[in-house]
Design a protein around this ligand. Structure first.
Ligand SMILES: C[S@@+](CC[C@H](N)C(=O)[O-])C[C@H]1O[C@@H](n2cnc3c(N)ncnc32)[C@H](O)[C@@H]1O
Length: 167
């Protein structure tokens, strides 16, 4: 499933800023919400005016998040197994991901990228935002999905990079 390292405040805020920049009214889908640090930053930056749906593969974390942030629609499960449910009723959503791409098994990462590409093709995604702890994405599919030229968040420990691509 990958590392469960919560995002720092600096990283969570930078993710939220990147996500909502110029798109303040769009619905948000968050993948791999974990402890909810990025979710909270998204709520702050969208000033509670945006619909946020979060999916988390770990059922225990999903339940905790549901209790902690009742205004967020929390789905328990893996993104690639619940794509239709996640985007139901949403159009051109901003997708914000903390999924640990480098920690996933090859087949899980491929399945994740395939589901994401299918969602983009169906017009469900207007922007994709992802962080990593490495400035290069060594997978062919990643360039189109995540973009190039990531932004370094040097204040984060460890340093993190934010990838953003409009679709
Ligand atoms: C780095 S951790 C959590 C980061 C989160 N931003 C935080 O601050 O707590 C990544 C999370 O992604 C979840 N995850 C991994 N693969 C997933 C998938 N395919 N679908 C949904 N969640 C996934 C993990 O269970 C984990 O909680």
């Amino acid at each position: 499933m990958g590392a469960i390292l919560p995002a720092t405040q600096a990283l969570a805020s930078a993710m939220a800023e990147t996500a909502v920049n110029g798109r303040s009214g769009s619905s948000i889908v968050e993948i791999g919400a974990g402890s909810g640090k990025v979710t909270e930053a998204l709520l702050r930056h969208s000033q509670g005016r945006t619909r946020i749906r979060a999916i988390e593969a770990n059922a225990h974390l999903a339940e905790r998040l549901r209790l902690k942030l009742p205004s967020v629609d929390v789905v328990s499960g893996r993104f690639e197994e619940a794509t239709e449910k996640i985007f139901a009723g949403m159009h051109q959503a901003i997708v914000v991901s903390s999924v640990p791409l480098f920690s996933l098994q090859d087949d899980s990462r491929s399945a994740y990228f395939e589901s994401l590409a299918a969602a983009i093709k169906r017009g469900w995604v207007s922007r994709y935002v992802q962080y990593t702890y490495w400035p290069v994405l060594p997978w062919a599919a990643a360039k189109t999905l995540c973009g190039t030229g990531p932004r370094l968040i040097a204040l984060n420990l460890p340093p993190a990079w934010i990838w953003s691509q409009d679709h």
